[in-house]
Design a protein around this ligand. Structure first.
Ligand SMILES: [Zn+2]
Length: 213
């Protein structure tokens, strides 16, 4: 029986995949994404493949989102939701991952793609901020579900602080504005491009699939 994970957006599913390895420890790469309806629910299925042993690993998501409604630029999940499947430090690492793709040493990408990646990083930081209670000053440790997240927080306690996260958010917001970023909706299209130009992606077999690993 496959576990079914609650999900609020497709991008969240991709970030989720970055933090899951094959049982053998190998890294998972997205192969295919499909959607279906079951008892009035929308289910997204991601088939991924282990880069080490070649086994397929499948994840099924119960999607509490309207697939026709794209999030606002610079946002990932709907504003009133807090992610269940990606913990706050995983979101921050997701932000770092997006920013890494904009590095000059990275694959050549257009300025529009660069701007969209910055917006996605901004969306990740906003997701992490949602974990801080309204009157709180930092992410509660109980929100850190991943073992690596807990270890990282022990070594970098400032990473949990509201003031650090808000500073990060404001910087990314200013950077996005300076790049003229207005559109993050085609993110996996450009993601796919960056993967291809890095020469490491498999060709997706479905139009809806994208390289998000
Ligand atoms: Zn494996």
């Amino acid at each position: 029986m496959t576990d079914i994970f609650p999900s609020y957006s497709r991008m969240e599913q991709c970030v989720f995949l970055w933090f899951h390895n094959c049982p053998c420890g190998g890294e998972l790469k997205l192969v295919e994404r499909t959607s279906s309806s079951y008892k009035g629910k929308r289910l997204d299925k991601i088939r991924s493949r282990c880069a080490q042993c070649g086994e397929d690993v499948i994840f099924v998501f119960d999607c509490a989102y309207n697939p026709d409604h794209e999030p606002e630029p610079g946002h990932i999940n709907p504003p009133e939701t807090t992610s269940v499947i990606v913990d706050p430090l995983q979101w921050l690492h997701g932000a770092a991952h997006f920013l890494h793709l904009t590095d000059d040493e990275g694959p050549a990408i257009s300025s529009k793609a660069r701007a969209a990646l910055v917006l996605n990083a901004l969306g990740c930081v906003r997701e992490a901020l949602k974990f801080i209670p309204q009157d709180g000053q930092e992410i509660p440790r109980a929100a850190l579900r991943g073992k690596l997240s807990r270890a990282f927080a022990r070594q970098n306690p400032d990473s949990l602080k509201r003031v650090s996260l808000e500073r990060m958010r404001d910087r990314l917001s200013a950077l996005a504005a300076s790049l003229g970023a207005v559109d993050s909706t085609s993110w996996w299209e450009l993601w796919e491009k960056t993967q291809h130009s890095a020469g490491q992606a498999e060709k997706p077999d479905e139009s809806e699939s994208g390289g998000c690993s």
